[in-house]
Design a protein around this ligand. Structure first.
Ligand code: G6P
Length: 605
């Protein structure tokens, strides 16, 4: 997702910022910008697309002697990837860069507009700079205004702020998004970045700022405070020496990093949408559901599994008829399309050829269209009437993990949104579902106990003549996804199957070399699923049960937490099947991030 860099010192800040942003390129971005502040003069450059465009735009700027600077790569979440939406965002005499999402930006924006502030972007970030300048009018100094401003922000942020009449300072704050501060004690230079890699080679030790911490640097000192406003001890940690490791944040594979990121990106995806007593999607007009009798969900691969999983939620919660289509099938089946159908395309990349072609067919037939996508300005987003962006950030592992998690949570929220606008859900039920949604990030936190257990257990699943992932209800699409993960990266044959259907054929395969991975949640069809697993056990299949409740007859058992809602069990089990697939593939010494024969974005039929 977005990246931040900052610099204060005697080297050319422009070069340090651009080099730093280059190191963050792997995270993905669609626009970038820098500001250099020297002798109370700002030089700001922004560009859309690749960093080379920014290098070209700023080529005439040369910076000699002391300066400060801030830079940013933006991955669009609020507003299109345009120059005016790119950071830094500017006020009268202040520039800022920001990662994260300001949840209450709309209220703040309204108040600021009423006070006469003009906005030149669609971003949530721009409110911060105007709010700061408004607070400055009634504060005794810059630091108090900065302090007041960050306490008015709800949501997540890592931000750097520089001010025209203080050209020797950088103000900073961190809540929920990463921010790292590095100092070269000999030269007095200060460096900021949102991850390790831009700092490597400049400093040996850094401070990983904690949530709630904020302050300013001025070349001589670091002034660091906690959320209560008390000065805090500066704890330095050694930086990794290898950039590749730094990009993976110490994880063995991007897939592993992305599994661990799920809690954070799902929080980002929920933010500002699952409110105290309602679901809001600012980016769609509720009238798109007027006159709609059917929702058609269309996708490929992993995205197809979120489509199928959410079909259970749409019918159960929003009482709306749903059909689910593979892009590659739909486009050639001469489908009957009627205008009372809302066509929803689900895609991580927004470029999958079959999904895109299906969307074009739906549009040509005059259907209303909505995209659930991770990439703003992608073909699918551009073509759809409306789009809801998942906020997973760039996913590098070919086997999708965090994109699946964020799609799933968007579709869960969308099913509630439809129920809400159609008055199909009681207040109490809605409250319970909203509470569940807010709990999801906790269920996605990977504990070392769980990961170690799965690592150990994986050695027993490296062979065999096949795997069946089984589950019922919404756990059936999750079983499909588990099987897809395993086959994609381990090259072992695996299938997902509805647990209740095993007796209609697949049970003929049961023997000790057939591995069954059984999803057994406690909150939905527990007894029924349990019986299905026992039927397989009785035929001597080797069984690994994933459940919060003990299962005596299992060969292996992975205990999940006891939750009160099946969707919390769903997300926790999702992490289990992802980790299991990854650990099996690692033991088989496969390239987990780039499995053979597969591509991340399939732009051909
Ligand atoms: C490829 C990827 C899968 C992905 C599928 C659909 O096959 O390897 O991980 O699920 O495309 O991609 P989309 O970008 O449309 O979600």
């Amino acid at each position: 997702m977005c990246g931040i860099v900052g610099y204060l010192g005697n080297q050319s800040s422009k070069d340090i910022l651009l080099d730093g942003l280059k190191e963050l390129e792997y995270r993905g971005y669609d626009s970038a910008g820098i500001t250099v502040l020297k002798d109370s003069n700002f030089s700001i450059y922004k560009s859309v697309g690749k960093l080379n465009n920014l290098v070209e735009k700023s080529k005439n700027l040369s910076v000699d002697g002391f300066s400060v600077g801030i830079g940013h790569t933006r991955w669009a979440t609020h507003g299109k990837p345009t120059e005016s939406n790119a950071h830094p965002h500017i006020g009268e005499a202040t520039h800022i860069v920001h990662n994260g999402i300001i949840e209450n930006y709309q209220e703040l924006k309204k108040e600021l507009i009423a006070k006469g502030y003009r906005f030149s972007s669609q971003t949530d970030t721009e409110v911060i700079v105007h709010l700061f300048e408004e607070n400055l009018k009634s504060s005794k100094d810059t630091f108090s205004a900065f302090n007041k401003t960050i306490f008015q922000l709800d949501g997540a942020y890592a931000l750097l702020l520089i001010k025209k009449d203080e050209p020797e300072k950088i103000y900073f704050a961190k809540e929920g998004s990463p921010l790292i501060l590095g100092t070269n004690r000999e030269t007095g230079e200060q460096f900021f970045a949102s991850s390790d890699s831009p700092l490597i080679g400049h400093v040996a030790e850094v401070i990983y700022l904690q949530d709630g911490e904020f302050g300013y640097v001025d070349g001589k000192n670091i002034n660091l405070f906690n959320g209560a406003g008390d000065e805090v001890e500066q704890v330095y940690k050694k930086l990794p020496e290898n950039r590749e490791i730094a990009q993976k944040d110490g994880y063995r594979f991007f897939m592993e990093k992305e599994i661990y990121e799920q809690s954070q990106v799902v929080s980002d995806t929920i933010m500002g949408r699952a409110l105290d007593s309602s679901i809001e999607f600012d980016e769609i007009d509720p009238t798109i559901f007027d006159g709609i009798n059917e929702i058609k969900l269309c996708a490929c691969g992993t995205s197809y599994h979120t489509a199928l999983a959410s079909s259970y939620l749409f019918e159960r919660i929003s009482k709306t008829r749903v059909s689910v289509e593979f892009g590659s099938e739909f486009r050639y089946k001469d489908p009957l399309l009627t205008k009372d159908t809302l066509f929803v395309s689900i895609s991580q990349s927004g470029e999958t050829a079959d999904t895109l072609a299906s969307l074009k067919m739906a549009k040509n037939a005059g259907l209303k269209t909505l995209a659930i996508c991770n990439v703003d300005n992608s073909s699918i987003v551009r073509l759809s009437d409306y789009s809801i962006l998942t906020r997973a950030g760039v996913e590098k592992g070919v086997a999708s993990t965090k994109a699946f998690a964020t799609q799933m949570v968007v579709l869960y929220m969308l099913s509630l949104y439809v129920a809400q606008i159609r008055n199909n859900i009681e207040k109490e039920r809605l409250q319970k579902e909203l509470h569940t949604i807010r709990e999801i990030p906790n269920t996605l936190t990977v504990t070392s106990k769980l990961h170690e257990k799965i690592k150990r257990l994986s050695k027993r699943y490296l062979h065999g003549h096949g795997f069946f992932f089984i589950g019922r209800d919404i756990f059936y699409p999750l079983a499909l996804e588990g099987a897809l993960k395993l086959k994609e990266i381990s090259y072992l044959h695996s299938e997902g199957y509805p647990a209740g259907e095993m007796k209609h054929g697949p049970i003929a395969l049961a023997d000790p070399e057939l591995f069954t991975i059984a999803l057994l949640p406690q909150n939905i069809l527990y007894e029924k699923t349990k019986s299905n697993i026992e039927e397989l056990g009785a035929r001597d299949s080797t069984i690994c049960v994933i459940s919060p409740k003990s299962f005596e007859l299992a060969d292996d058992f992975i205990r999940t937490s006891s939750h009160s809602h099946y969707m919390l069990e769903f997300f926790e089990m999702m992490v289990v099947v992802q980790l299991l697939s990854m650990e099996v593939a690692i033991r088989l010494q496969n390239d987990v991030d780039m499995p053979r024969n597969l591509a991340k974005s399939v732009t051909v039929e």
